[in-house]
Design a protein around this ligand. Structure first.
Ligand SMILES: [Zn+2]
Ligand SMILES: [Zn+2]
Length: 393
């Protein structure tokens, strides 16, 4: 597979609001195509004519701001990742001294531990030669959870350059407006002039999205609109094609191609594209996109929101995007193996095993069956993605 990639840079000091950047219909044209209006605030580095390619980074720091699962106590398998926010770290690093008579007590505030919620939000900071760029992958289901956990984790909001939404589903977009507001506020109050946070969204936003349950359509709350993101202070960038961002340290995928017969989208998925038409079948989930980095000496670290298009498909697409020359090192996020049969779990883990990732970090909608199967088939490689983790790869 030959992925088209594009890149952009932020023009320093330009104010919000921002023009939308349509990358949706980018078509190969002798490997050169124009993507951005000349007067937009978010420009590619070469006046719109470019092909970017993912560069190697030295290291990733991954902070899980929202996930379904809270588990600060399970020991991490040795030789996988370094997590600097396990229970002993919190207990020794965040305890406060309380005097009770003659006694001096070290008391660990329970508020140091993050709250679980059904969704995903992961802050990924890449370091290349001392230059750091930060991308927020999804924003969880609720504003209050995102804001509270981010505060508990001491997130440096002003350092967040870009937010990527993995797909239009409220358990990934629900905290977005609050996140944009908090990031924008931090950037405005910073002493140096900081560019507005870019919000990288798939252009095909449904009015509503839902699912059929017991024969009836049930809707998620609507995702934030492009206008709401702009009003919150974000610079909207619409992109359906694969492209690199933030000094080419990250690659956001395009459409995730299918390569097997058991990963078939979201069964029962429905959408309302226009109110007049009402509910329509939407099992393909064509707007889903993964995120990936290439870590020096290790390989591809791939982030997946919900894997409606399949975690094996996404993993293979990630490897193919670099021509198959870079190994898959880690896969973090929702594997979506909660409602499927045991056969599907086994097929998935067997095919993931063939890709030989060194670490699997299933979270959000992965389900316990998938984690159990990974531990059984690839002992020592499982690091469940749990809320509040601060992982270094
Ligand atoms: Zn989803
Ligand atoms: Zn989800």
């Amino acid at each position: 597979m030959n992925l088209l990639v594009c890149r952009y840079a932020i023009r320093p000091g330009m104010p919000s609001p921002i023009l939308d950047l349509e990358v949706a219909n980018a078509v190969a044209d002798g490997n050169v195509y124009r993507l951005f209006p000349d007067n937009s605030d978010v420009l590619d580095k070469n006046n719109g004519m470019m092909m970017g390619s993912l560069v190697e980074v030295d290291e990733l720091e991954i902070t899980v701001i929202v996930d379904n699962e809270v588990d600060v106590m399970s020991a991490i398998s040795s030789g996988t990742v370094e997590d600097t926010r396990r229970f002993p770290d919190i207990a020794t690093g965040e305890s406060k001294v309380m005097q009770v008579g003659e006694l001096s007590l070290n008391v660990m505030p329970m508020e140091s531990i993050c709250c679980g919620a059904h969704g995903l939000s992961v802050l990924v900071t890449a370091n290349r030669g001392g230059i750091k760029r930060s991308l927020l992958f999804d924003t969880g289901p609720e504003e209050a959870v995102w804001a509270e956990n981010a505060k508990r984790l001491g997130i440096d909001f002003g350092s967040i350059d870009l937010i990527q939404l993995s797909h239009w589903h409220r358990d990934h977009s629900g905290g977005m407006l609050k996140a944009v507001q908090m990031i924008s506020k931090a950037k405005e109050s910073a002493s140096e002039s900081l560019s507005p946070v870019i919000v990288d969204l798939h252009p095909d936003r449904p009015e509503y999205r839902g699912f059929m349950i017991k024969g009836q359509p049930i809707s998620f709350p609507a995702d934030p609109s492009f206008a709401e993101v702009r009003a919150a202070g974000g610079a909207v960038m619409k992109s359906a094609a694969a492209h690199t961002v933030l000094d080419d340290m990250f690659l956001i995928s395009g459409f995730i191609e299918s390569s097997n017969d058991y990963e078939n989208g979201l069964r029962g998925g429905i959408r309302i594209s226009s109110i007049e038409k009402g509910w329509e079948k939407d099992e393909e989930m064509a707007d889903e996109r993964f995120l990936m980095c290439n870590v020096k000496g290790k390989g591809i670290v791939m982030f997946t929101g919900c894997s409606h298009r399949g975690v094996v498909n996404a993993s293979r697409n990630a490897v193919d995007s670099l021509g198959g020359s870079v190994p898959l090192y880690a896969v973090l996020g929702g594997y979506h193996l909660v409602g499927n049969t045991q056969l599907q779990v086994e097929e998935t883990i067997k095919d993931l095993k063939a890709l030989d990732p060194k670490i699997l970090l299933p979270g959000h909608c992965s389900g316990w069956r998938a984690k159990y199967e990974i531990e059984k088939q690839m002992p020592g490689r499982l690091v469940p993605c749990t809320v509040g983790s601060k992982i270094r790869i």
